[in-house]
Design a binder for this molecule. Sequence first.
Ligand code: TYM
Length: 344
Amino acid sequence: MSQFSPRVFSGIKPSGDLTLGNYLGAIKRFVPLQKTHACIYCVVDLHAITVWQDPKDLKQATYEVAAAYLAAGVDPAQHIIFNQSQVLQHAELGWIFNCVARMGWMQRMTQFKDKAGKNAQNVSLGLFAYPSLMAADILLYKATHVPVGEDQKQHLELTRDIAQKFNNDFASSIRSNGFDENYFPMPEPVIAGPATRVLSLRDGAKKMSKSDASSMATIYMLDDGDAIAKKIKKAKSDPEPLPGEVDGLEGRLEAANLVGIYAALSDTSPQDVLDQFGGQGFGAFKPALAEVAVAQLAPIAEEMRRYLAQPDEIERILAEGAERASQIASETMKEVRDIVGFVS
Ligand code: TYM
């Protein structure tokens, strides 16, 4: 038996309009975990500012992520929704982890390489240190499970490396302060379901992203029904009919993506979708997909708009969540300060 009680932590950056990728890869999957785990869902604004954010837009995007959590069915009374910058211990533990993590570990992060591109000398230092702040988010709450999309897998591996190195580096202090030698848990990524990597609707080689320049490539959570239907109609596909078996989607990135989206939206599997649509072309499949997408997303968008019309209510929920998160975070930091040897 682990000494850690099961606890979920995950976060989303308020750095642009939320996408269907964020919804299917993360938010939709946050909801059922509430039945089995204590859950903490964060709006990671400290991560957002690793690239430039206009302050006005940052505030609005923070409300939007909180509204999406609430509209999708996260319950702030039973669980915790808050924004990262209101709980100061994230930055504090993030700094300690900057001193545990190694430069070489950060240099290997594919997301950093993708985001920095040819401009690596001119990006913020925060962007480079991003994964160690992410490790702090998770380990501050000794979270055991982290639901994320596929693109976060490497960051979760690094989180485990940081936890392990902290436990090793400070082993004797951990012991002499009376803690279990596995002071930080090894959090498990929860990357599951048919839509862990939703692709761009225009280019099957790219993931769907908040920052795509083409709005036709991306379904946004706040798109109206007409926009969703139009984007699906124009989505890149291929001339072949859908296969009867999942193996037949091999090498057909765009087709596999649309089938995965259908399966995730309707809580079935890609094989179930092919049992229904195998042998049919995209002329038949796309309208059915649009119908499912609008039926699922429209009520959530409506609920998000309802919350967004009451920013005071969102602020109240975030402040209350921050207070509860701070209680857990300050307990951990008290221990960590003793372990590291800070005089308090
Ligand atoms: P962010 O804001 O980029 O993405 C939020 C979540 O959405 C998932 N996601 C996708 N899933 C499937 N297909 C896609 N096209 C797609 N695009 C995004 C991401 O995998 C993620 O789960 N580093 C995190 C934020 C973070 C965090 C944390 C997450 C900060 N601290 C602690 C978990 C735990 C990120 O980039 O989020």
